[in-house]
Design a binder for this molecule. Structure first.
Ligand SMILES: C[S@@+](CC[C@H](N)C(=O)[O-])C[C@H]1O[C@@H](n2cnc3c(N)ncnc32)[C@H](O)[C@@H]1O
Length: 202
């Protein structure tokens, strides 16, 4: 049983603020989704306090999601953030490199700014594809290895590393996905990706 810490008022205020909700729904999620229309059941890996999961569930009222993260405190906060969605949402403490879900369970897997925190980030991508059903979509974005990111030391704690665009593209290409799209933005500081799991991979 994961303890549920009280969410800091500042974090709660940010996640429920109109600017955050508008930015997530109108800018961030459409930008990540690249035209993908979520349906069925989705999984967010490294969901943090589930701010994006919550907005995704709001945007798509028939969509269901499981939000996962390794950080016990964030998992507890995510439970609070998603409590209003009833059975459409659940939260589980899970490591993205060893997901506790059966093959082909999910219609969509979302990975938002989390791979650079994971030492075995390529294994996390393999796991994401494993739990996708054939025809399911992988969508996400991550921070790349640029001077500003290095300056902010993003992803350099606990031995994790920032990815070079070629590394991420190569890893995605190896997964045997179809309709793979990768696009950099913000002057090469981030890369978004979307792809579909073909039937033959199952
Ligand atoms: C920058 S936050 C992104 C949170 C969320 N995806 C968002 O965009 O709002 C990265 C998250 O990845 C989580 N994380 C780090 N390593 C992980 C792993 N191996 N498996 C799952 N989550 C992990 C961290 O605990 C953190 O909550």
């Amino acid at each position: 049983m994961v303890p549920e810490p009280e969410m800091p008022p500042s974090a709660k205020a940010t996640l429920t603020s109109l600017p955050y909700r508008l930015a997530a729904r109108r800018l961030i999620l459409p930008w990540i989704l690249q035209g993908v229309e979520p349906s069925g059941e989705g999984l967010e890996i490294g969901a943090g306090v589930a701010g994006l999961t919550a907005q995704l569930l709001t945007l798509y009222p028939r969509f269901r999601m499981v939000a996962t993260d390794t950080d016990t405190e964030r998992v507890g906060m995510a439970e609070q953030v998603l409590s209003g969605f009833g059975k459409r949402a659940s939260v589980q403490r899970a490591d993205a490199v060893a997901l506790p879900f059966p093959d082909s369970r999910f219609d969509l897997v979302l990975s938002a700014a989390m791979l650079h925190h994971v030492i075995e980030w390529d294994k996390a991508l393999v796991e994401a594809v494993r739990v996708l059903r054939p025809g399911g979509k992988l969508v996400g974005y991550d921070v790349l290895n640029t001077a500003p990111a290095r300056l902010m030391r993003v992803g350099e704690r606990n031995g994790t590393t920032l990815l070079h665009p070629g590394q991420l593209r190569t890893a995605l290409n190896k997964l045997g996905l179809t309709d793979l799209q990768t696009r950099t933005a913000l002057g090469g500081a981030v890369m978004r990706f979307s792809a579909r799991k073909p039937a033959a991979l199952n």
